[in-house]
Design a binder for this molecule. Structure first.
Ligand code: ATP
Length: 208
């Protein structure tokens, strides 16, 4: 099994890249979906969040009010860290469980917005970063229904593309069209596929 991370900030294009990898044969494990699972009503994750942030983060039906929680953590870095200390280990164990069900000879792609450290990057054979200038991402996020202020606040709360580039083995610039991004992703996929073939044949398999 070859593990690949696709990382990028909000609105960078990482879902588009992951979908392209999936179309070319990858098994994609979506961190966003896992992050939603671990805070469903009745989970220890949601209970831990309510312990820290109180019932103001619950909707009237008892589910997590994601907008209420987002407005707290985007305004307060300590609160964000506290939230991540709850959710990250839970997401990670869900990820490990999901990976354990994947065929041994698959390339598993994890779409992971919050890949922040080299330690996390080291869990993957290849880290693919994707990014675009802030103004371009804001425009795309507005098209997706966010307000400009919200889009900018969310981007500002995340690490900069410059920092992300340092963790990535390769970088996809998504300032062009979606078709261009897909073509660039397909080229990266060919390298990953070759690396995977080499690995399975017992040959040295660096990503180049
Ligand atoms: P998020 O973290 O918010 O889920 P993401 O990094 O997964 O975002 P995508 O969902 O792939 O990014 O892209 C964000 C939005 O921008 C989507 O609506 C997508 O269709 C659009 N988009 C992505 N790339 C381009 C592009 N090159 N040109 C125009 N629109 C694009």
């Amino acid at each position: 099994m070859l593990k690949v991370a696709v990382t990028g900030g909000i609105g960078s294009g990482k879902s588009t890249v992951s979908r392209q990898f999936a179309a070319l044969g990858a098994v994609v494990v979506d961190s966003d979906a896992l992050a939603r699972q671990v805070v469903q009503p009745g989970t220890p994750g949601l209970a831990a969040i309510v312990d820290i942030f109180g019932r103001r983060v619950l909707a009237s039906d008892g589910s997590l009010d994601r907008a209420a929680l987002a407005s707290i953590v985007f305004a307060d870095p300590d609160a964000r860290v506290a939230l991540e200390q709850i959710t990250h280990p839970l997401v990670r164990s869900q990820f490990d469980a999901a990976v354990a069900t994947c065929p041994a000879d698959s390339v598993v792609v994890n779409d992971i917005p919050l890949l922040r450290t080299l330690e996390v990057a080291a869990r993957y054979a290849v880290v693919v970063g994707v990014g675009a200038p802030v103004g371009v991402r804001v425009r795309r996020l507005i098209q997706r229904g966010l307000t400009e202020d919200d889009a900018r606040a969310r981007i500002a709360a995340q690490m900069l593309d410059e920092q992300r580039k340092e963790l990535a083995d390769c970088w996809l610039d998504n300032s062009g069209t979606e078709a261009e991004l897909k073509t660039a992703a397909a080229a990266v996929w060919r390298q990953i596929d070759e690396m995977h073939s080499n690995m399975r044949a017992g040959r040295p398999a660096p990503f180049s």
